[in-house]
Structures are given as C-alpha cells and as structure tokens.
Design a protein around this ligand. Structure first.
Ligand code: M6R
Length: 616
C-alpha cells in the first residue's frame, strides 16, 4: 500500500526521497509526490500520477529540487481516484502545514464538514487533506506547538495513520504521529530518516527507532524526541536491523519473485536451524526464544490460527499437521472474519497469528481481539519490530529476509517450517512423540532445502508448460487434505500475478456443483502427495478428464502410475508427507511466475495489489 519516506540532514533531500520511494514501489501505488524545504522557504510540492519515474524525470532524479528537509509518498488510492490532485503531500492553502499519510481517517467526512464551517476549503477528495487541515486548525486556533496540535488531532480522528508533517514555522524539523499504520525512524550521522518500511532506508542506516501506537515524534538532523498523547517525552531504544541492503535488490534476476523463489532453500534452512537444538540423533525443537513455555504448551486446550491470504494457507497446512501429530483441536480462520464474528475463546486456548509483514490490518485487529479476550497470542512474523511482533505475547521470526515481490514465496515457505516445528513441539509436550521420532522428523526437515533446490533446478519444464498454457482462461486445482491446502496456495499464486481465473477445490467437493464448469480443454491441476488419499484424488481426476479437462498431475517421485491418468505430470522429491507442501508448492510458484512472464505482466507489482495490506 502507500509508502512514506522523510529526510532531514545535510544532503539534498529530493534524490534521497525518490530513492527511498523506489524501494517501496513493490508495495503498490498509483501516484507519487514529494515536498522539500530549502531553509525557511515554503515547501516545494511536486506530484505526479503514475509511476515514480515520472516524478524523477520532472526533477532530474531530484537534483533540481533544492533543500535538505523533505517528505515523500507513494499513494495507493482509497479516498478519491488516482490523480495528481489526490496524490500526497497535501498542504494548507497558506502552506503552513504540509504532510503525507498512510492509513484511513474513518471520520473524515464529519471533520471535513467541521472545517468547512471554519472557512477551510478542499481541493482534493482525500481524507489526508482533511487531517492536514485539522492539524492546521488546532495549531492556529489554540496557538499551539506542533506536538500539541498533533495530539489534539489524534484525539479527534478515528482510523489508522502514519502521519509525517512539516510546519512552516519550524524549518529543519519533521513531525510524525502514528496509530496502527507502520512507521520507523532511521538514525544516521547528522541526518535522520522516516519510512513506512525498512527497505526505504536500508541503504543509509540500520539503526532504527520504532514509533509506537498513539505516539508522536520530532525529528531533526541531530536527534529525535518522542512523545505520548499527553505530550510527555518518552524514551525509545535504538534497534539494529539485521537485513543487508543487497537482500532488497534484484541481484541479476529479472524479477524479485524469481529471485525469492531461488532463495527458498537457504531461508528454509536458516529458519529450521533457528528453531532446533542438539545434533543428529538427539535433535529437539526449541521455541524458547519466542517466550512460550512448556507449561503454556501443556495447558493449551485448543488453537486458533488466524491470518490472511497465503499466510492463511500456511494455517490450513499447519492445521492438518498439528491435529495429526499433536492431537489438539485447531481451527483456521481468515483474520477479516475472525475479528468481527465474536469468536468464542477459551482462556486456555492460544491464538496463532501468521503474517509476513506483521502489519496486515485484519491480522493485527484479530490479534487485539484475542488479547481483549485475555487469550495468549503467538505471532509468526517475518518483519522484526512490526506491530504484530510487538503486540503478541510470544513471537517467532521466520528468517526469510526482506520479501519484495507482492506474491509471497519465501515467506510462505518459512512460515510452513514454523508450523511443522510447532506441531512437533506440541506433540512432544502432549506426549504423542518420543525423542527418536522427533529426531527423525527434524532429520527429514533438514533435507527439505536440498529437495526444494532440486525442484528449482528442473524449472525449465514448468516454463515450457506455462508458455503452452499462457492463454488459459480458467484453471482448477484439486486435492485432498494437505494437498487441498497446497492447491489453495497454488491457485492464489496463479491468479494474483497472471490474472488467470483459478479456483482451488477439495477434490471431493467437485461433484457438489463445480464439476459443471469442466468442459473441453480446461486445465485441471491435481495434487496427490498424500498416500492415504492418493487413489481418491486420482478418481476425481479421472472424473474431470472424462468431461474434457486437460490434466496436470503433481505428485512425489515413485507414484509413476499418475501418468496413466494425467496428460502432463510433475514429480517432486518425497518427504515425510506432513511436510509435502514445502516441496509441492515450488512447481506451482514457478508455474504462476512463468505464466505471468509469458503473458507479459508486471510480475512483482500485480495490478490492484499491495504487498502489505495495512487498511481493511
Ligand atoms: O503480510 P501478511 O503475511 O500478513 O500478508 C497476508 C496476505 O496479504 C499475503 O499473504 C497475500 O495473500 C500475498 N500477496 C499472496 O501472495
């Protein structure tokens, strides 16, 4: 979604703002803008609809804009169409206040009416212009300083925001305010930064301060000061980001997505190794760093896994594995449903929130809903210091590194690993697994990176198949049990980047309606990695084939009889079947990727999508 960058220091601000915004392009946007101040002169506001490169061309990559203090924004339209006028930064008519905003001001209509009654007028359709003018209103009416005006505004607005503002009377200062939308402050030597996401500032600094919920900050070139809603100063520790800047670059690959697919063997291995201890023969799972204790696990009476999109699909796999290994009831839910359905939660249950970004609005709200019920929350998160990581009772980090492509691949794969290891850990604590079996499972898991690599090495076959099916209109994915969970993710990979309509169906459900859609030439992908369900899935594949479907089969090496049914078969290395999703998803990621490439689409930035969905 929208991206924010701010800079104050000794260098020209505009090139740094444009560079930072370019690192946030992956989040999805439709227009962009910057506002830069040269000393105490009024800010120069430059905006453009479309890609950032338009703004870069207008300003000679920022070099033609004087000033060392500025803010920048990429906008993903919510209130008002994508246009230059609705693009940020927004400003008051006299340029007293200029600012950018991520999030949504829910009561903006009511506030707009109030401001109209006080002789303000509006040039855009955005909620942001309302917020900026409300700050100006309090600042002038009560003759307040910036922090008091911001605090008064925060009390008055409903919704979520990361607000970054400059005041005409305070040259060389940037003010920030935050509720729910992510924002960090980067600390340099004689210069400081503001950003909505780490990659924007990674090139300049790894030292950051996290601004908390309902907090404000004053940023100058030499320091930062933070305040609570009462205007009282608060201390902020400095944290170090461990990601290196190269991890956020394409490194010779055509797209971030294919680079991230290739990174999977390494990040999966890193994540496994971060959660095990001992050596072969006596391996154990170790979640102690997350904060969860043996006692917490033992007394847990049930688990709710709550997430969105691909993270939800990880939850579906995890449900099968957790229930099977640990014999504990698990319910998987979409965060957007969980948060509003008044869930019935038992005090001894645990809510697991899975989120790559740690900022997904619905997942964060679900976490808070669980906490309000007094239920312990366990977050599986990739971004260190993100809101979900900070608010959960226990946190386990996936070690995927920065994931830039909108379509998740490596974060999904590392989340699966955490899910499996949780299942083993819960099974151990509940007495369902002995030491030998635990060791065997971990040995099996440690072989997965090599198996993923083997599938990636065979990618040309999938590339060929994708080019053959580049004009497909509808695709169906069918499978049972864990294979159904794999289908959910395979189908999402296909539709989100190649815009091919696809559906994932539990194979046994087809007969209850969907089979009527099967006609000559339709591509059906049957996933059959689970031996106890294999025959049943094959029967469903035969049913669609006899109605004209073209069948792609996906199974493990050894199940060669699938070729008797499928027109095209893809084999993946065998693993313990609980972990089959980790290898079977790789060909489906590659298929989605190559299909999008064959169709000439913008793989890393698919239309209408954003990397992290920080609004409802
Ligand atoms: O950051 P999160 O893991 O919370 O994001 C959840 C979904 O928005 C995300 O998985 C989305 O479905 C992916 N773009 C799918 O590739």
């Amino acid at each position: 979604m929208c991206g924010i960058v701010g800079y104050i220091g000794g260098k020209k601000a505009a090139p740094i703002l444009l560079d930072g915004l370019s690192k946030l392009e992956y989040r999805g946007y439709d227009s962009a803008g910057i506002a830069v101040r040269d000393g105490d002169k009024k800010p120069k506001v430059i905006k453009a609809e479309g890609k950032l490169k338009v703004l870069s061309e207008m300003t000679a990559d920022g070099e033609s804009v004087m000033g060392t203090c500025g803010i920048g924004h990429t906008r993903w339209a919510t209130h008002g169409e994508p246009s230059k006028i609705n693009a940020h930064p927004h400003h008051t008519d006299d340029d007293n206040v200029v600012g950018v905003h991520n999030g949504i001001i829910e009561n903006y209509k009511e506030l707009r009416d109030k401001l109209l009654r006080h002789d303000y007028s509006f040039y855009s359709e955005t909620d942001t212009e309302v917020a900026i003018k409300l700050i100006d209103y309090y600042y002038k009416k009560y003759n307040m300083g910036p922090i008091d005006a911001l605090a008064k505004t925060m009390v008055r607005v409903r919704g979520s925001y990361a607000l970054v503002v400059m005041f005409a009377d305070y040259p060389g200062e940037i003010y920030v305010a935050r509720k729910e939308s992510p924002m960090i402050i980067g600390l340099g030597e004689g210069e400081n930064f503001v950003a909505s996401d780490v990659p924007a500032i990674l090139k300049y600094t790894r030292n950051v301060q996290y601004i908390g919920n309902l907090e404000m900050g004053r940023i100058t070139s030499t320091g930062t000061t933070f305040y609570d809603l009462n205007g009282d100063e608060i201390d902020k520790p400095v944290s170090e980001i461990e990601w290196d800047s190269e991890a956020a670059e394409k490194g010779g690959y055509e797209h971030f997505m294919i680079k991230e697919i290739h990174e999977q063997p390494k990040v999966v291995e890193d994540t496994i190794k971060s959660l095990i201890k001992g050596e072969e023969g006596s391996y154990k799972v170790d979640f102690s760093e997350s904060g969860i204790t043996e006692d917490d696990i033992k007394k847990c009476s049930g688990i709710h896994i709550v997430a969105c999109g691909s993270a939800y699909h990880v939850g579906v796999v995890t449900q099968y594995v957790l229930e099977d290994l640990a014999r504990i009831p698990v319910r998987v839910e979409l965060a957007s449903e969980f948060r509003y359905r008044k869930p019935i939660l038992d005090k001894d249950e645990i809510v697991i929130i899975i989120s790559q970004s740690g900022e997904t609005a619905d997942s964060l709200a679900a976490l808070r809903e669980a906490k309000e019920h007094g239920i312990k929350t366990f977050a599986i998160v990739n971004v260190v210091g993100s809101s979900i990581a900070r608010e959960a009772d226990y946190v386990c980090y996936t070690l995927a590194g920065p994931e830039i492509a909108v379509a998740t691949t490596k974060a999904y794969s590392t989340q699966l690993i955490v899910g499996y290891l949780m299942a083993i850990r819960f099974a151990e604590a509940r007495g369902y697994l002995d030491d030998e079996k635990i060791n065997d499972y971990i040995v099996d898991l440690l072989k997965i990176p090599g198996k993923i690599q083997k599938v990636i090495d065979d990618k040309e076959r999938l590339q060929w198949f994708a080019s053959k099916y580049a004009n497909a209109k509808d695709v169906f994915f069918i499978g049972r049990g864990i294979d159904y969970a794999i289908c959910l993710e395979g189908s999402l990979k296909m539709k989100e980047i190649s815009y091919v309509h696809s559906e994932a169906y539990a194979a046994g459900e087809l007969k209850h309606g969907t089979i009527s859609l099967i006609e000559d030439g339709i591509l059906v992908i049957g996933v059959a990695t689970q031996s106890d369900l294999y025959e049943k899935t094959i029967s469903n594949m035969v049913e669609v084939k006899s109605r004209g479907a073209y069948l792609m089969g996906l199974t493990a090496y050894g199940s060669y009889d699938l070729e008797d049914t499928a027109n095209f078969t893809v084999y993946v290395p065998k693993t313990d079947e609980h972990f089959a999703a980790s290898v079977a998803i790789i060909p489906l990621q590659l298929l989605g990727y190559y299909l999008a490439v064959a169709r000439g689409l913008d793989v890393d930035k698919p239309r209408n999508l954003a990397k992290s969905v920080t609004v409802e």
